[in-house]
Design a protein around this ligand. Sequence first.
Ligand SMILES: O=C(O)CCC(=O)C(=O)O
Length: 288
Amino acid sequence: MSTNTPPPEGRTTPLNLYPNKIPQQSLKEFIESGTSLGSLCSQSKTPVLITGVYEVFPELVKWTPEFLDQKVGDKAVQVISSETGVFQEHHHPLNMTLREYSHEINVNPSTAKRHLYMGALNIDHFFPEIKADLQFDELLPQEINHLELWYGPGGNTTGLHYDAFSNFFIQLYGQKRWLLSEPNSFLNLYPRSALSNYPKNTDFNPLKPDFEKYPKAKKVQFYDLTIQPDSILFVPPYWWHQVSSYNMSISVSIWCKTNLLKAEWGALQLLPTHIKHLMRQIVSSKRP
Ligand SMILES: O=C(O)CCC(=O)C(=O)O
C-alpha cells in the first residue's frame, strides 16, 4: 500500500487526510483466526484492507485483459462514456462486444476521441461464465447480493459517491487510487437531491476541489490509498469514495446486503428512492 502518490488527474490542493491508516490484515490471517468474512458486512464500521489474496487463491493472477478477451470477448457489453474521464452517471450506455471495447481502450489515450468505462457490469447477467474464476466469493455467505465487474483504462475516475451495501472490492489487475470518507461527512459533501436520479453522488471532486462552490468540504477528511492486485478493500455502507485508475485495471465488487435502516444520513436520504422502488414493485405486481 502506498499513500500520497500523485493522482492520475493531478492535484491542486493537498487533501485533508485522517491521521491514521486503514487497518489491514492478510487473508490467511483472517481464515486462520476463524473470523467469518461475512461478519465484516454486519459488524465492521470502518474499511479494512485485506492483503495476500494470491497466497490463498494463486489462480486469481490469471485475471488480465487477455484473459477477459479470450473468455468473454464475444459477449455484448454496456459501456459508459465521459468527456472528462470522470464518470458520474450510468445512463445511456453504449453497446459493443467486450473485444471491441478492449480494442478501443488500448488506443493511445492522447489520440482517443472519448473516454470509455465498462463499470459496474453485473457478472450474473453479462458474464456468468467467469463467476467460477473468481473464487474469493466462496468465502462469503449466501447474503451476497451481486457481483460487478469494472474494466477500464488508466485515467478513468468514478466520481465521489456512497453505496447502501457493503463492498468487497477485489483488485485483480492494475492499480487504483481510493479516496474514502466516513458516512458522517454527508453534511459537508453536498450530495445531490434525494429526489434526483443519482442521490448518492456529489459533484464535489476532492482531487480538484472547488472550495468557493463547496466551502464546507474543507472540513472533510479522507483516507488516501492505492490498491494493488493481490488485495481486497472492504468498504462498509455509506462510506464516500472516489476511485481513479492509474493504468489498465480490472476489479470486481462483491456487494453484501446490509440493514438499510442504519442510522446514517445516507440511509435517510435514500428513503424516497426506496419508496419509489416499492411503489413500482406494487404497481407491476398488480398488472394482469
Ligand atoms: O473502480 C471504480 O472505478 C469504482 C468502484 C466503486 O465505486 C465501487 O466499487 O463502489
